[in-house]
Design a protein around this ligand. Sequence first.
Ligand SMILES: Nc1ncnc2c1ncn2[C@@H]1O[C@H](COP(=O)(O)OP(=O)(O)OP(=O)(O)O)[C@@H](O)[C@H]1O
Ligand SMILES: [Mg+2]
Length: 150
Amino acid sequence: MFTHLLVPVDGSGPAKRAALAAADLSQRFDATLTLIHVLTHSGSLAVPKELQAYSKLEHIRVTEQDLIERAGYEILRGAETLARENGAKNCEILLKTGDPVTHITNYIKKNGVDLVVMGRRGLGDLAGVFLGSVSHKVAQATDCGCLTVK
Ligand SMILES: Nc1ncnc2c1ncn2[C@@H]1O[C@H](COP(=O)(O)OP(=O)(O)OP(=O)(O)O)[C@@H](O)[C@H]1O
Ligand SMILES: [Mg+2]
């Protein structure tokens, strides 16, 4: 029934539970599972102040952009491990930078995603809101099936 599932992850509890649910579905339907994380800012090419002395000593240049990318990949690899441990066989990760809704909806359109599985909420702290801005806008903008997980 489903061939390609997309799980947008932001490191939050609901997004992890979305990855778990999607892993189960991908196993049942033998579907590809793509995990996407969108960095909302890319960071500068400067070495952060705290690392400057160290980078002179060791000749290692770690920029703010590198650190932000690493954090993005940690979120993705955490979700990938969880998904694989819970039955996902064909699993891939994707890191993008920019507007989350634009990247998520473009990926859905261009790659034949037939189900997007997201957290209802994410890392935001507005109490009492049923859906966050990303899950709300993706659900409205996309033509494919959409499952939101608490
Ligand atoms: N930067 C992102 N990259 C990938 N997926 C994301 C990103 N941000 C949110 N999501 C997905 O959307 C779901 C809902 O998060 P959303 O950001 O909409 O809610 P929120 O953080 O509670 O509220 P808001 O961000 O509007 O203050 C997350 O569980 C995750 O599945
Ligand atoms: Mg959010």
